[in-house]
Structures are given as structure tokens and as C-alpha cells.
Design a protein around this ligand. Structure first.
Ligand code: ACM
Ligand code: ZN
Length: 526
């Protein structure tokens, strides 16, 4: 109650809404309230960040000093006391913060170190935008959704540890708190598993890669392409993300998108031989064989090692795009269907997912699956990630399942971003300009009773047609900012106001050295 009162006090007593604010108070995602006063406070490299003796705040302060060093021409120092004072206040929610800039200093108070971190992301935008000169203002802010995610596909193209860390930095700048890491694919296995070394020895490399578009090309580049993350690198990335208040949710695909695993251990498939790490995009009919107990033993061994590396409560098990062809002609799969009293191959998929969910639940984890896990019946404790539009997510929420909304028509950042894609690098297809990403409504067609099942939203970056870090950021930025605003500020979004505020965030991209697409800024995306 106290928290609510304080927050309301902030919103109503202090505030005019951010809409009227000038560019000097531009922050993305849009804060709940900004009140401006007269005057300024100037920060430079001699300004000290005060953290008291709190070690976590000291760490958060150091990250902030590093992030604004390019704008200030050097690093601010951290000490017990300073003109930029950080503190926590447990009457605020964990992710909530209050940022007060007066003519004599700055106070950033969060419900936890995470809240302080978000307050500092806002301060960073003001600081970069003003070249160190801050407007006197009070910002009260907290997120709307708990799951604010970004997915990176390391399966189709491998991204180095440094590139993955940069992706996480970019999520954190946008106050996103979940990194969905797509680690296994038909075209490459990316995670070291000690018990099954062929997964990386064989499965992490494809012989060559398709050139041109999958819909019409038969040309290949003749060049092997691969890479994987060692256990040490994965632990390093998980720790790096946690320091920025980002939880890494690994995705280990089953029962489809598994050709790299089948190429490594052919007994995992129905046919049992003749698999090769896939060299073109699209969906393969070769999938795990759930008719064999050895497949489940493999999956349990595999997830045992995955759980050692990833502390996340949620584990993504894929579940999408699994053709049933090989199961139809597999005696063992048909035997499983008979013995388990299953109706058809869709129920065999459900059986497979449920069996792995039970195994993971017994170890204290929850599963997320793509919306295909609804087909053939879904367990009430599974979380559904809606990607084929919002329909799957709506059905799941109505059934009482938790949902993360990532509908492809708003959230797929591998889609083209202008109405005239001849100006863009080759992409997979589709069209998600900024306005479309921003128009995502995760509550669309849901009653007030159904809305609490929506955990949040996520931007997905598949990389079939993206092979370089420059192209990756060209697709990610600035559209991630639109999804971030829906995630953080769903109840206060306003596209024209956002367009205006994006100029300040653009300066942060420039200062951090992140390239980005300029179509939206140039007004030529629609
Ligand atoms: C997906 O895009 N196949 C989840
Ligand atoms: Zn089979």
C-alpha cells in the first residue's frame, strides 16, 4: 500500500506528463512521470558517484561510469559519497526508481540495485543528450511488464562472446531484463555438452551455406561455417548478463530443429542414419525420434548440463515447426502412440514436451515453448511464446497458461523494416517498420481477467540472413526501442512523442558506437 501511495504521489503531485517535456528530458522507454524545474546540474569527469558501502551499488556505479565515459571524455570516480548519490529504498518495487536532479546534485533511488541501474540508464540518456548538462527534473518510473525480452539466434549464425555481450548491453540500455538465447538449430549446435562431444565436434559446423534466398536459390558458398560456446564462455555470459540485471533463458530445441544433433548422433532420429548439418534455411522433416527411450535419456543428460549452466527458472524447449512425417513411418513412434494411448502424431509431440516438462519441473524449472506446444494439448504449467501472430497467445491466456507475446508481425526484427525493401540488405521477408513494432498490443482481444497471464513481450532476431555484427545491429536498432517501450511503458505509449524522444536515444547509440538503421530517423520507412 505504502509503495502504491508513494508512486501515485510521484505521478500526480509532482508530475506533468512526459508528453510536454522538451528534448532535454527525453527518455526511452517513456517514464511514468517527469517533472521539470528550472536550472541545470553539470556532470563531468570530476563528479563523484556516491554509493555508500554497498558493494552492488558500487558495481552498478562503475558500469554507469564506463557507459558515460565516451560522452564525458573520461570515467567518473566512485566513492562512499558523491554529488551523484545512489541508494535503495525498499518501499519501492524492485525495478522501480526515482531520479532527482537538482541544481546541486543527483539522487538515484531504486527499490533494489536493479531499480538504481534503470535510474542510471535514464540518467545516461539525459547526460549523453545534454553533453553532461542535466536539466533539473524528477523522474518517477517503473516497468509495466515483468518479461521484457530480446532473442538472439546463435544457431543460424554464430556470434562471438563479445558480440553476445554487446547484445546484452543493448538490451540493458533499453531496460530489458530477459535474454532468450537460441542455442541449437538444424544449421548448428552451439553449446558444449561434456557427455556428448560430437554435438560440438560434428554438429557445430555446416559444410557450406546457401547464398541468396531460401525460396529460390540453389547456390552455396562452399565455405564451412561454425562455432560454439564452451561451458566457461557460457558461464561468463550468464554472469555478465546478471550484472546488468538480465536473466539468460536458454533455448534448446525439441523435437524439431534438431538436425545438427542428429548429424552428431544419428540414433536420435527415426531413420537412424544419413543426417548432415543443414546448409539451407527452412524446416527439416528430420526430427528427434520420441519412440526410442534412448532419445529421452539423451535429452535428460543434455538438460542436466544445461541446468548446471543456466540458473534461470524458465528454460525454453522450442517446440515449433516439427513436421510429423518421420514419426508417421517410424515403427517405434507408432508403437509409442499405441502404448501411450495417444490419438495421433500431434499428441506424440505433446507427450514429448510434457515428459520433458515434468522432468524439468521436478528440478524446479518451468518451460517456455513456441505456440505449437498448444497443438495436441498443453500442460497448464507451460508458458507459451506466441509467434505465429497473437492467436496462440490469446488462446493460451484464455486457457489460463502464462504467455509471452512475440507475434511475428510486430516482433520479428529479421523482417524488413521499410515499405520499400529494395533499399535494404537482403532479409527473410515480412515488413515490420517502427510504427508496426510500436503498435504491438499484448492485451489485444483479452478481457481484464485474462490479461494477468501475459508476462510480457519480446523482440526476436533470427539470423538466417544476418551474418555480420553490423547487419545485426542494423536490424536490432532502433526497432528494439519500440518493443522496449511497449514492454516498459505499455500504459503510456504515444508514437509521436516517442519519435521525438528517439533523437536522444539515437545519441546514446552514436556515443556507444552502435550502428543502427536510419530509415525511421530519415522518415523513409513508411
Ligand atoms: C519460429 O519463428 N519458428 C519460432
Ligand atoms: Zn521415431
Amino acid at each position: 500500500m505504502m509503495k502504491k501511495l508513494l508512486f501515485l504521489l510521484c505521478v500526480f503531485a509532482l508530475a506533468e506528463p512526459a508528453a510536454g517535456a522538451g528534448p532535454e528530458t527525453s527518455i526511452v522507454p517513456r517514464p511514468a512521470s517527469i517533472t521539470t524545474g528550472g536550472g541545470t546540474f553539470t556532470v563531468n569527469t570530476a563528479t563523484v558517484i556516491g554509493t555508500g558501502s554497498d558493494k552492488e551499488l558500487r558495481r552498478v556505479a562503475a558500469l554507469f561510469a564506463e557507459s558515460v565515459a565516451p560522452a564525458l571524455g573520461g570515467r567518473m570516480k566512485c566513492a562512499d559519497r558523491g554529488a551523484v548519490a545512489l541508494s535503495t529504498d525498499d518501499t519501492l518495487a524492485a525495478e522501480e526508481y526515482r531520479l532527482e536532479i537538482t541544481s546541486s546534485g543527483v539522487a538515484v533511488c531504486g527499490g533494489s540495485a536493479q531499480g538504481v541501474f534503470y535510474g542510471l540508464q535514464s540518467l545516461r540518456q539525459l547526460l549523453v543528450n545534454g553533453g553532461g548538462v542535466l536539466p533539473v527534473a524528477t523522474v518517477c518510473d517503473k516497468p509495466f511488464f515483468e518479461h521484457r525480452g530480446g532473442m538472439l539466434d546463435s544457431g543460424r549464425h554464430f556470434w562471438t562472446t563479445e558480440q553476445v555481450k554487446e547484445f546484452i548491453d543493448i538490451l540493458a540500455l533499453h531496460k530489458m531484463n530477459r535474454f532468450h538465447w537460441h542455442l541449437t538449430e538444424d544449421q548448428g549446435w552451439r553449446i558444449e555438452i561434456r557427455k556428448y562431444p560430437e554435438l560440438t565436434r560434428t554438429g557445430s559446423v555446416r559444410r557450406e551455406t546457401l547464398v541468396g534466398h531460401g525460396s529460390n536459390s540453389t547456390e552455396y558458398d562452399g565455405t564451412p561455417c561454425g562455432g560454439y560456446y564452451t561451458r566457461r564462455e557460457i558461464r561468463e555470459i550468464v554472469r555478465y548478463a546478471a550484472e546488468r540485471f538480465v536473466t539468460v533463458i536458454p533455448e534448446i530445441e525439441l523435437p524439431g530443429h534438431a538436425v545438427a544433433a542428429l548429424a552428431s548422433y544419428p540414433w536420435l532420429g527415426c531413420r537412424g542414419e544419413g543426417y548432415e548439418v543443414r546448409t539451407r534455411w527452412g524446416v527439416s522433416e528430420e526430427v528427434y525420434c520420441p519412440g526410442k527411450e534412448t532419445t529421452f535419456r539423451f535429452l535428460e543428460d543434455l538438460f542436466t548440463e544445461v541446468l548446471e549452466l543456466f540458473p534461470s527458472e524458465y528454460i525454453h524447449i522450442g517446440g515449433d515447426e516439427c513436421p510429423k512425417t518421420s514419426w508417421k513411418s517410424c515403427p517405434l513412434c507408432q508403437q509409442r502412440i499405441r502404448e501411450e494411448g495417444l490419438k495421433d502424431e500431434y499428441e506424440l509431440q505433446s507427450y514429448t514436451v510434457r515428459r520433458m516438462e515434468q522432468w524439468l519441473r521436478a528440478r524446479g524449472r518451468r518451460i517456455i515453448g513456441w505456440d505449437e506446444i498448444l497443438e495436441g494439448g498443453v500442460s497448464p504449467t507451460a508458458t507459451v511464446m506466441s509467434w505465429r501472430g497473437s492467436e496462440g497467445g490469446i488462446a493460451a491466456a484464455k486457457a489460463g497458461n502464462r504467455v509471452i507475446m512475440t507475434p511475428n508481425d510486430h516482433c520479428y526484427l529479421d523482417y524488413y523494416q521499410t515499405k520499400n525493401p529494395v533499399l535494404e540488405p537482403q532479409g527473410i521477408g515480412g515488413c515490420v517498420p517502427m510504427s508496426k513494432a510500436y503498435a504491438l498490443d499484448p492485451y489485444d482481444r483479452l478481457s481484464p481477467d485474462e490479461r494477468p497471464y501475459i508476462l510480457g513481450v519480446q523482440a526476436n532476431l533470427w539470423t538466417e540472413y544476418i551474418a555480420t555484427p553490423v547487419h545485426l545491429k542494423h536490424m536490432l536498432l532502433p526497432r528494439l526501442a519500440a518493443i522496449a517501450e511497449v514492454a516498459w511503458a505499455y500504459d503510456r505509449r504515444d508514437f509521436e512523442d516517442f519519435r521525438h524522444r528517439m533523437e536522444a536515444l539515437r545519441k546514446c547509440y552514436d556515443t556507444a558506437g552502435y550502428n543502427y538503421a536510419t530509415y525511421f530517423f530519415d522518415g523513409c520507412d513508411e
